[in-house]
Design a protein around this ligand. Structure first.
Ligand SMILES: [Zn+2]
Length: 313
């Protein structure tokens, strides 16, 4: 028997359900699979940022494919967390309150929609999970090369990084964030986890879906939960302990000077901010040698918006 989020499953059972996460009128489509044999509980989330689509079809296909009789442990797969954002085509945050599920944890039970949703994860999901996998992709105005973030949280860094190395992702980036779904769980619930990034621009491409799906199956194997035909990865990933998240100091017209996955050298121009008359407001240069993980395509940026994220060698 497996109990989670108000659901109760028998060994060998697979169930599709629509959960109401702390709110009657909020719909969260999930697949729950209780394996024939005992093992770990893995929670997979897609689209906590609406519009970062590729995780959703990867989860839908994985949910169909997994045979509960061959599974050790339990799988809770959330097909789309920010469902209201998905339906309204409101990118990233929740349309109800602009809440960012990758930054605003822990939320509160009597708060806004996003705060309630975060609080529900903290109370109903984190205490019953052994590992979190959060699937993302670059946003509509964000161009990105496949990479992942693992939490810098003393007790779970090693377990998270070991899992990351078992996946097929070229860049593994240490993250000191603590307010997102997986990062809050890592820092305050000692729950190992990973945030995977693949795809961008609001596109949903087969190769990106396949990439996310492949990594789900590689993780299941690493956790001793499921065997599959998925071939092992044959290249060494590169680990980045230090990354720079360049933000705009002002609003303006942003002209990036780099591309995703581009090697950069110290002092190289990363882009410039101009006004509507073409006057340069600010110019940005690389702090050191490294590689670009993602950048904002432009043109409009607000004060505090992300411009370029790059890893330092
Ligand atoms: Zn995201």
């Amino acid at each position: 028997m497996w109990r989670i989020c108000g659901q109760e499953l028998k060994r060998g059972e697979k169930r599709q359900a629509v959960l109401n996460p702390g709110m009657e009128d909020y719909e969260l489509p999930v697949t729950l699979i209780c394996g024939k044999e005992p093992g770990k509980t893995l929670v997979i989330t897609a689209q906590i940022h609406a519009g970062e689509y590729n995780g959703t079809p990867a989860v839908i296909r994985t949910a169909k494919e997994i045979d509960p009789m061959k599974l050790k442990g339990n799988l809770l797969m959330m097909h789309c967390v920010n469902t209201s954002g998905f339906r309204k085509q409101h990118w990233r945050t929740l349309p109800e309150d602009d809440f960012n599920l990758n930054a605003g944890y822990p939320g509160r039970p009597d708060g806004t929609t996003g705060e309630k949703l975060a609080d529900w994860f903290v109370k109903e999901v984190f205490p019953r999970a052994d590992f979190l996998l959060d699937l993302h992709g670059g946003s509509v105005n964000e161009v990105l090369t496949p990479c992942l973030f693992y939490p810098k949280a003393e007790k779970v860094t090693n377990a998270s990084l070991a899992a990351a190395r078992a996946l097929d992702v070229p860049y593994l980036i240490a993250s000191g964030a603590a307010g997102g779904e997986y990062s809050y769980a890592a820092n305050y619930h000692d729950l190992p986890g990973l945030l995977l990034e693949r795809g961008y621009g609001g596109f949903c491409r087969e190769e990106w879906i396949a990439g996310h799906k492949r990594n789900i199956f590689l993780l299941l194997r690493h956790l001793g939960m499921y065997e599959s035909e998925e071939p092992e990865t044959d290249h060494e990933p590169k680990v980045y302990e230090h990354a720079v998240y360049l933000e705009s100091g002002k609003a303006g017209l942003w002209y990036p000077a780099v591309k995703e996955n581009e090697r950069i050298t110290k002092g190289q121009p990363l882009g410039r901010l101009e006004d509507f008359f073409g006057n340069v407001i600010q110019e940005f240069y690389a702090e050191g040698d490294g590689v670009v993980f993602y950048y904002t395509g432009g043109l409009s940026v607000r004060e505090g918006d992300s411009l370029v994220a790059y890893g330092l060698e």
